[in-house]
Design a binder for this molecule. Structure first.
Ligand code: DGT
Ligand code: CA
Ligand code: CA
Ligand code: ZN
Length: 588
């Protein structure tokens, strides 16, 4: 049982309790516990076995939940979950995977129409029965139909990069402990930093494939062996992730790493470039076509293969960063010598979107500031929600001004002994209202250091309405950045319908920034849109949208998405010092 498995079990309990109409506090306790465990860096099992610690030290874990975690660790089962599964119709869980259908709505549908599967729900939408259920209507029915397609698409069941990365990091550490492993690297979509991962690919340099494959199969987190050959094996790891391992000789390691990093589209282009030069590339190396016998290239007999750089060099190219290997414009840029120097985590100097306990954050203003100092940030903006977000106790004028007073005092105390280690900007995340306009008055926004405008409500409106709302915010003189501009949640909710070309054009014209939200579920703008924004001259801001201290640590996910977009340091506004950023905002 990994942290993710335990978190999933608690989330499942929360869903089923909510379905049954159980006490909201009990439901919330399970959800909070799931969140805590999901975000924990160390494994719950190691906290439990550490004699100096207790599971109940973890935020939101009391005695009862600790007992349940122990049961899960010991037996892999949770009796409460088994009971609930018997009480709640099996289809309920499938139906809850449809974006926008929470436990309560699912119960209404099951009770009213006897729906017993996703297909049955789809049929009930098509013949208009859903629209007749109390609380639903024709519009909701149409939205559900669209979202069923989303839930059924296998593209929406891939693992988040952030989750796969946690697994990859542990696995690489384990593999490096194998004496027969000379080099090991992760490849595939994980290395390219794609936002979701289908399976994890590892390439190992060793002369003893058998020993290496045995070592992998004995990884404590391995769940089972899927198939095994002479030099490759596939196992199932945590969270149902498939792991593919290939073992090659040292002279082929670079070629194999290049090949299995992909993407397929990139490799196809690379091979056709090679052919134009009378060469051929495969996972063993680069060969001259003229040298080939009828049997194809002999393993390891090629002209390059030991390193990736040598493989690219053999076709007259510089080494191309994995994040760019999607078969887009990377070959044009490589041949013309204009490959970008990609932005790095270390370039980031500030974080301009985060929440506190004043709204839906878990940590206080002072705690967030302290955590930012610990992470070496030079400035942060506190951007709690505006009043429209009632679910998060959004700030009205009075509470916002009180928070800004608190920020003034905090900055004074940070600066008391000379140069402040951190400057806290007085910010706000305003909501773009359904009917247009923002949820706080202009005279208040004019006093902010930093305004993020986001669209959280009315996401089902038609394209022209959504676009008009966002354009209006972009034109607003106080709005500095558009937060998570498409609103998508990976695997959970599709983007709203927006004319991104118009948004980018307006952002470029007005000097408004666009956000790359670093939350692993969002990563919005995505790589393609962020690249388009850069081409149009828009500056991006990479922000964590942290709702807790540990939420600050997802910055690297946002930087990865920015790298996939080909962004350089200069394209990202929060790589600048605060003084430079202020100038860039046209306020210096
Ligand atoms: P994923 O696992 O769906 O997230 O995506 P990838 O890119 O990791 O794909 P995967 O695991 O199927 O294969 C890893 C890399 O190996 C892929 O990016 C390119 C290379 N590769 C695998 N199969 C083929 C193939 O049939 N043709 C070519 N050209 N390359 C392949
Ligand atoms: Ca893969
Ligand atoms: Ca694979
Ligand atoms: Zn936010």
């Amino acid at each position: 049982m990994t942290n993710a498995d335990i978190a999933a079990a608690f989330d499942h309990v929360a869903d089923l309790l909510e379905y049954q109409g159980d006490n909201v506090f009990r439901v919330r306790a399970y959800r909070n516990a799931a969140r805590t465990i999901q975000a924990l860096v160390e494994s719950v099992a190691s906290v439990r076995t550490d004699p100096s610690r207790s599971l109940t030290d973890l935020e939101g874990i009391g005695g009862d939940l600790a007992t349940k975690i122990e049961a899960l660790l010991d037996t892999g089962r949770l009796p409460l979950l088994d009971q609930l599964r018997e009480q709640v119709p099996a289809a309920a869980f499938d139906l809850m995977r449809v974006p926008g259908l929470g436990p309560k709505k699912v119960k209404l549908l099951i009770d009213a129409l006897g729906i017993d599967s996703l297909d049955a729900l789809e049929a009930a939408c098509r013949d208009g029965r859903v629209a007749g259920v109390k609380g639903f209507g024709a519009k909701t029915q149409a939205a559900i139909l669209g979202n069923i397609a989303f839930a059924k698409d296998p593209a929406n069941s891939r693992l988040l990069w952030h989750d796969a990365d946690a697994i990859a990091t542990r696995l690489l550490e384990w593999m490096r402990r194998c004496p027969q492993v000379r080099q090991v690297e992760g490849a595939g979509s994980w290395r390219r930093g794609k936002e979701t991962i289908g399976d994890l690919d590892l390439v190992v340099d060793s002369t003893d494939a058998g020993a290496v494959m045995n070592h992998l199969e004995h990884w404590p987190d391995a769940v089972g062996v899927l198939q095994r050959g002479d030099t490759k094996t596939s196992i199932r790891g945590p969270q149902n992730l498939q792991i593919d391992l290939r073992v090659v000789a040292a002279e082929s390691f670079g070629a194999a790493l290049q090949y299995f990093t992909g993407s397929k589209e990139h490799n196809v282009r690379l091979r056709s470039l090679a052919r134009e030069r009378g060469l051929t590339i495969n996972e063993y190396g680069v060969h001259r076509l003229a040298d080939l016998s009828g049997d194809g290239p002999a393993r390891g007999s090629g002209m390059a293969g030991r390193t990736e750089a040598a493989v690219y060099e053999a076709v007259g190219l510089p080494w191309i960063p994995p994040e760019l290997r999607e078969g887009r414009d990377e070959f044009d840029r490589a041949t013309s010598g204009t490959l970008p120097a990609l932005v790095e985590l270390a370039d980031i100097r500030g974080d301009l979107h985060m929440h506190t306990t004043e709204t839906d954050g878990e940590d206080t203003l002072a705690d967030m500031a302290r955590a930012a100092v610990e992470r070496g940030l030079e400035y942060i903006a506190i951007t709690d929600h505006g009043q429209r977000v009632t679910m998060a106790r959004g700030l009205d004028r009075r509470r916002l001004l009180a928070q800004w007073d608190a920020i003034d005092r905090l900055n004074e105390s940070l600066a008391r002994d000379g140069d402040p280690p951190l400057v806290v900007l007085k910010g706000i995340e305003v909501d773009m209202l359904e009917k247009g306009g923002l949820d706080l008055p202009d005279e208040v926004l004019a006093r902010a250091d930093w305004v993020v405008a986001s669209l959280h409500y009315g996401q089902n409106q038609p394209r022209d309405r959504i676009t008009a709302r966002i354009l209006e915010a972009i034109e607003h003189p106080c709005v500095r950045v558009i937060g998570h501009p498409t609103g998508r949640l990976i695997n959970k909710r599709p983007a709203y319908d927006v004319d991104m070309e118009a948004v980018i054009e307006a952002a470029a014209r007005t000097g408004t920034f666009l956000e790359i939200n670093a939350n692993p579920w969002r990563l919005d703008l995505d790589d393609v849109h962020a690249a388009a924004a850069r081409r149009a001259g828009v500056k991006l801001v990479i922000s964590t949208d942290a709702h807790s201290i540990r939420g600050l640590d997802v910055m690297r996910c946002g930087v990865m998405q920015a790298r996939r977009a080909g962004l350089e340091k200069a394209d990202v506004a929060n790589t600048r010092s605060l003084a430079e950023l202020t100038r860039l905002m046209g306020r210096g």
